[in-house]
Design a protein around this ligand. Sequence first.
Ligand SMILES: O=C1O[C@H]([C@@H](O)CO)C(O)=C1O
Length: 578
Amino acid sequence: MVEHDFHQQTQSLVKLVVLVCLLFLSASISVEARIRHYQWEVKYEYKSPDCFKKPSISINGKTPGPTIVAQQGDTVVVEVKNSLLTENLAIHWHGIRQIGTPWADGTEGVTQCPIVPGDTFIYKFVVDRAGTYLYHAHYGMQRQAGLQGMMRVSLPDGVLEPFSYDHDRSILLTDWYHKSTYEQATGLASLPFSWVGEPQSILIHGRGRFNCSIPTIDPTLCNATNPQCTPYSMTVVPGKTYRLRIGSLTALSALSFEIEGHNMTVVEADGHYVEPFVVKNLFIYSGETYSVLIKADQDPTRNYWASTKVVSRNNTTPNGLGIFNYYPNHPRRYPPTVPPSGPRWDDVAPRMAQSVAIKSHRDFIHAPPLTSDRVIVMLNTQNRVNGYVRWSVNNVSFNMPHTPYLIALKHNLLHAFEQTPPPDNYDQKNYDIFNIAPNVNATTSNSIYRLKFNTTVDIILQNANTMNLNNSETHPWHLHGHDFWVMGYGNGKFNQSIDPKNYNFVNPIMKNTIPVHPYGWTALRFRADNPGVWAFHCHIESHFFMGMGVVFEEGIEKVGKLPTSIMGCGESKRFHRP
Ligand SMILES: O=C1O[C@H]([C@@H](O)CO)C(O)=C1O
């Protein structure tokens, strides 16, 4: 009897040990499988994405950089080596909320010190929601030198999308200047002011075609036969349906994208499912992502144009052209037709109509809070400060401090930036948004909005006239660390006592980037529930450089111990122990 018991006990002990070992093994296997490790070297290289040769910033030799592919819940680790020789660096993971890792947001001056030449910095964060996202440089105007790419996060195994398709493809749309970032930034920060002008080309996934035969172009710099500028071609099999993930990281341009002869069904925006709707052309602003479904259901004996046109500015940039290639036609065979001319650049109505049409998918509605605790109205204006042309919010033009806010706030270095908070409103009674402001003087400041943790905040983006007569621009605003509900859009001046009554409480889409249309307003709502310090800014590279942004702090006391790797600049030098 005793012996039998002993035998049983030994058996159960062995079973337990085996079970624990198996559990341990499977845990370590699954943990290992869930880390996506990337090693990137960032450096300048000559590239000719539109046939014109220019020093461009590449990642492992490529611009756009590699697409990060991960699954919901994975940890992404990117080891970034700065080989730019004489230039600092920081990379932002656009659309990733960085819950619990605010120091990994990659915003120089806000969440980290820049990565100095020769250094390697490790970004580590969890991708907590499936969808289409972006990454790009967030230091000065470095993004538009080519440091940008896409991220694709798939659903957990066994979870289905609310739509079906045969193949998944991604393209990044960008605009491209021949002048260096330095020449551009110097002009913007100089007296007299020198504007960057319109981009020379539109690139479809890093490929465009500048006209090298223009007589003023140095023929040694522009080579129409360079294989780097063969047009982008996407091969499709007749009858199949394609999910095309489209991201825009233009420096300046608002775009209209279309595929000749094919409708597109919009199904995703900034990582959220959209109640499907059909468009002929998709308007997309810098910092936005969309997924569209396209069925290859046209005459399969030929190819079709993919065309990208600049809208919202009276521009000189030729349409960016690619090839929608029906297999087995040759992928570089030009379509037999004239490329589509696209919508009129100055027609705001269809752009507003698309913005309004983007609603949450009926099965994925996140209901917004019914009331908000604070309303911040943000007047968007172009101004002069001491003669310099700037952009500002409520007459305050933003500049970056030398000590990143996250470090300054966490370590109580409150003299590291101005403490008087920026205004929550502008002089709504007297300000005429339709005319050049009589007094366009503004101040510059690096003060920030401090939000009460876990409160609901409304932001009203109010557009206005620029310093040029009869001119108001489109500004795509991007919020770091959060998604917001899009509560409504309107033309003209926002009316606090009427317009909130028409907010969409039924099925508002959640996004991280949103346009404010010319002379219009856009209302968004978010929960200040992500401890950290977060930038909110116009995603036009030159506009943010000229002061068009703000910074929010929330729950700083809840932020965990900051990694010393983000430190080493300004007042944070003393905490830096490499
Ligand atoms: O910031 C800008 O400056 C120019 C122009 O307004 C200056 O004349 C322009 O088009 C912008 O978007």
